[in-house]
Design a protein around this ligand. Structure first.
Ligand code: NAI
Ligand code: BGC
Length: 256
């Protein structure tokens, strides 16, 4: 399949985890890739080599996406890197665990700036570019099942993902006339470094898996496949939606 032939995709936070899997998946289907992270290291180098081996182009642009000026620069540099930008995957995100009573303002700001504010202004910059160049665009935001369901001790994270849900609904309406589609992917429990603590606690892990009808943690490739669908023309009539990739976790119910 060559769904992304002649397309360029920017994937934020793509040195590892879900972002790296999205980069590889979109490249495998023909896209040239702009990778991003706080810093360029051996993970970025390895990804570039893998993507180039597929016959695609790849470039790593360092930027802290919680900083609005840096996000705007990132989008501008991504646009010029390979002569255009078609797909923006807002994947970078983080969570900080804390009882609600103990949450520090600094941590709240870090979570909100990374998971919501940077995305807000990144989409704005991308949309201005699409409008100016009169070209269509696709945005896929990495939300979470926690745009919908609670996650005790992660209140700021839930607020950020809940905000992302409404941002997507709103922008789908506002940006459709410009030919820009905006959707969310909402992963459940996926095996990535963000879940390191959970993955190393066998008892807790079994408890989580009991709540997942499909009976296992998600793989990064499970998420990347849905991102690729939403970024492609197969989803040409899909905008303002959230696609859950959670093994059934969100709407799971069983009588004990
Ligand atoms: P991860 O921690 O492995 O990857 C996140 C990447 O984003 C890291 O490379 C990190 O350095 C980068 N990043 C964080 N803040 C950044 C910033 N300010 N600027 C640039 N890069 C930054 O985590 P994972 O699991 O791959 O997470 C990716 C996204 O998926 C996040 O938005 C997360 O909230 C979301 N998600 C993850 C789930 C999971 O179970 N793993 C479930 C639901 C959502
Ligand atoms: C969180 C993970 C968590 C998953 C399911 C994600 O948004 O980042 O830590 O395991 O949701 O609760």
């Amino acid at each position: 399949m060559d769904r992304f032939k002649n397309k360029v995709a920017l994937i934020t936070g793509s040195s590892q985890g879900i972002g790296a899997a999205c980069a590889l998946r979109l490249a495998r289907e023909g896209a040239d890739i702009i990778l991003n992270g706080h810093k360029f290291d051996d993970r970025g180098e390895k990804l570039i080599a893998e993507i180039e081996e597929m016959g695609r182009k790849a470039k790593f642009i360092t930027a802290d996406v919680s900083d609005v000026k840096a996000v705007i620069r990132l989008v501008k540099e991504a646009v010029t890197a390979f002569g255009g930008l078609d797909i923006l995957v807002n994947n970078a995100g983080l969570e900080i665990k804390s009882d609600f009573l103990e949450v520090k303002e600094k941590d709240y700001d870090t979570v909100m700036d990374t998971n919501l504010k940077g995305i807000f202004f990144g989409i704005q910059e991308f949309s201005k570019y699409c409008k100016k160049e009169k070209r269509a665009g696709v945005v896929v935001n990495m939300s979470s099942v926690h745009e919908e369901i609670v996650f005790p001790h992660f209140a700021a994270y839930c607020v950020s993902k809940g905000g992302l849900k409404m941002l997507t609904r709103n922008l789908a309406t506002e940006l459709a006339p410009l030919g820009i589609r905006v959707n969310n992917v909402a992963p459940g429990a996926i095996s990535t470094p963000i879940n390191q603590e959970l993955l190393s606690d066998k008892k807790q892990l079994q408890k989580v898996i009991k709540n997942i009808p499909i009976g296992r943690m998600g793989k990064v490739e499970d998420v990347a496949g849905v991102v690729a669908f939403l970024a492609s023309d197969d989803a040409a009539y899909v905008t303002g939606s959230t696609y859950f990739v959670d093994g059934g976790l969100t709407y799971h119910y069983e009588e004990q």
